[in-house]
Design a protein around this ligand. Structure first.
Ligand SMILES: [Zn+2]
Length: 478
């Protein structure tokens, strides 16, 4: 595949390039003049050619990635299956319309999503999951870590749908399955049963599952939370899996457990016992936003000294919606004071040298009822949330939803770490999917008005992050 008239985000925005991209690899990057079609000995018979000559130049980016997405519970609030033109007659699709939030509270979200879970059917899980993946592909996403819940309610139903989806989208979408304990595994009436289901699944679905995840904060007390962490580490080591925690999702209601995670990983000798390339992701971690600079420094020091491959994951769309809810509406309570605790990811990367990335977590359910799951919209939201308004910030944010996200979940990131650390987004020899973003020549006003005006051209990272291009201008290249 030969791509002409290309703008590369790391290079002079006035320069135009011809990029040869074959078998998922950038073979060459050569200067071209605007719109010129290059062909010759260096590019024998390209099988496919994207000629944008005469048209505005296109931008080339690394493909986007979801480092954290719940594959089994998207679109619960917007499914409306009974009104679907072709599926309406089918009875295998449950109705969730009565579970539309009434108060929008966290406890209601937990309760309604729990009720929804009891209604899942294989066909419904497959349909919503495939819609999520198809939408992601149109947005420029080609890989994800997909969380599927395993417990006494779902059994392995969610996992089986994920395995089926992985097969259906094979080669087109890299779907990494994370076996996930959303519910307690060391407390509550069902803890033991939930744990047994998880453990059996890791044995029975070896090969299909690539990561194990848990939620220590849902356990009834700190002791059970610690057991949860220890158990998940053990499972990851035993089955050669990546490890993923939903952690410290509070703003001061309990002591942070991140220190325990590091301690228990060290005690389990993670760095010497794990296979190369296995990573650890810590998501949410809102409690860390209350750390002093000194505590942040201590955290970074402990992680660097231990050599643990820990990646922090910001999930701002969920955190903004869930964190900082007022306790009550009494005269003395401060209903207007709502700290939206979400990890300050760009600062963690830049100021503390930690690994960080961003994910959308949920799409269209009671935990995150808003948004389309678009990673570029997420990066754009980050400009405001993180007060990250420079061109350099824009590059960090783009990395957080593309190569940084892939690195976090242990996927290949191009096979050239040294080039990545130099800061280039794309280079000759890079392996991996790409995202082509076209520029519009015109902005057309609604048809009947018969007007069009020249479109602004996107030529840099800031243009893409500050003003994410519409979906129809994005094309995934594999
Ligand atoms: Zn999550």
């Amino acid at each position: 595949m030969k791509l002409n008239n290309i703008i590369l985000l790391d290079r002079d925005p006035k320069s135009r390039w011809t990029v040869e991209y074959n078998a998922n690899t950038i073979d060459s990057i050569l200067p071209s003049t605007d719109g010129e079609l290059r062909s010759g000995p260096s590019s024998p018979e390209p099988s496919e050619e994207t000629n944008t000559g005469g048209e505005p130049a296109s931008l080339l980016l690394p493909a986007l990635s979801h480092p954290h997405i719940h594959l089994d519970k998207p679109y619960l609030l917007t499914t409306n299956i009974q009104h679907h033109p072709t599926h309406a007659h089918q009875t295998s699709y449950p109705d969730y319309t009565d579970l539309t939030p009434k108060t929008g509270s966290f406890s209601e979200a937990l309760s309604f999503t729990g009720q929804a879970k009891a209604r899942y059917t294989p066909a419904d899980l497959y349909l919503r999951g495939s819609q999520l993946i198809a939408t992601s592909l149109t947005q420029g996403v080609t890989s994800c870590r997909a969380f599927v819940e395993l417990d006494h309610v779902t059994g392995t139903t969610c996992l089986e749908a994920a395995v089926q989806l992985k097969e259906s989208f094979g080669g087109k979408f890299e779907l990494q399955i994370c076996a996930f304990a959303q519910d307690p595994v060391f407390s509550s009436d069902h803890g033991e049963e939930n744990r047994r289901i998880l453990e059996d699944t890791l044995l029975n679905y070896a090969g299909a599952v690539e990561a194990v995840g848990s939620t220590p904060y849902v356990e009834s007390d700190r002791e059970a939370g610690l057991q949860n962490i220890k158990w998940a580490i053990e499972m990851a080591l035993q089955h050669d899996l990546h490890l993923d925690f939903h952690l410290d999702y509070n703003l001061g209601d309990s002591e942070p457990m991140v220190w325990d995670v590091i301690r228990l990983l060290n005690e389990a000798e993670w760095t010497s016992k794990t296979k190369p390339g296995k990573t650890i992701v810590l998501g949410h971690c809102s409690r860390l936003t209350m750390f002093t600079n000194k505590e942040m420094k201590e955290l970074a020091t402990q992680i660097h000294d231990s050599g643990l491959p820990i990646h922090f994951l910001g999930l701002p769309t969920s955190d903004l919606f869930m964190m900082g809810r007022p306790d009550d509406d009494g005269e003395e309570s401060k209903g207007a004071y709502r700290p939206r605790g979400t990890l300050q990811i760009p600062s963690m990367i830049r100021d503390y040298g930690l690994n960080g990335c961003l994910g959308v977590n949920n799409v269209g359910n009671a935990f995150t009822p808003w948004g389309t799951g678009d990673p570029l919209a997420l990066a754009s939201l980050g400009v405001g949330i993180y007060q990250a308004g420079t061109s350099d910030d824009a590059k960090v944010l783009l990395e957080c939803v593309s190569q940084g996200a892939r690195r976090a979940i242990g996927l290949e990131t191009g096979g050239a770490e040294e080039r990545e650390s130099s800061g280039d987004l794309l280079w000759e020899g890079r392996k991996g999917d790409l995202l082509l973003i076209k520029n519009n020549e015109w902005i057309g006003c609604p048809g009947h008005l018969g007007l069009k005006v020249p479109a602004r051209q996107r030529i840099s990272v800031k243009d893409v992050v500050w003003d994410p291009p519409e979906i129809r201008l994005r094309t995934v290249l594999k």
